[in-house]
Design a protein around this ligand. Structure first.
Ligand code: FES
Length: 107
């Protein structure tokens, strides 16, 4: 397990310091057929971590993301969470990069 924070002044911090994409590139296992990466967090972090995983050899179906940050009502009523015809609150919130890339480019 790799834990990181963007920065700290705490001298007792014993884990990584730095941005998630860098930590992923330095520490994540290389992809093979049975390896999957799961990304959960702020959309900007998810966006910038995907290229790092691709660099490590992860295919689009091996990159799994939780996109619950897009949700508002959470019950399929407001339409704020749509990605193409998919509603994150009803059809997700977990999608593969392959599924997201099949929707219109808006995320
Ligand atoms: S959060 Fe309102 S429709 Fe999905």
């Amino acid at each position: 397990m790799h834990i990181t924070v963007d920065g700290t002044n705490d001298p007792s911090w014993k884990y990584h310091t730095g941005f998630v994409p860098q930590i992923v590139e330095q520490n994540a296992p290389k992809a093979d057929e049975d390896t999957y990466a799961i990304i959960c967090g702020p959309p900007i972090m998810i966006k910038f971590t995907q290229p790092s995983l691709t660099t490590l050899g992860y295919k689009e179906h091996q990159i799994i993301m939780s996109l619950e940050n897009r949700m508002k009502c959470g019950i399929g009523m407001c339409g704020r969470c749509n990605i193409g015809k998919e509603l994150v609150c009803k059809d997700g919130p977990v999608f593969t990069l392959e599924e997201i890339n099949q929707t219109p480019k808006e995320y």
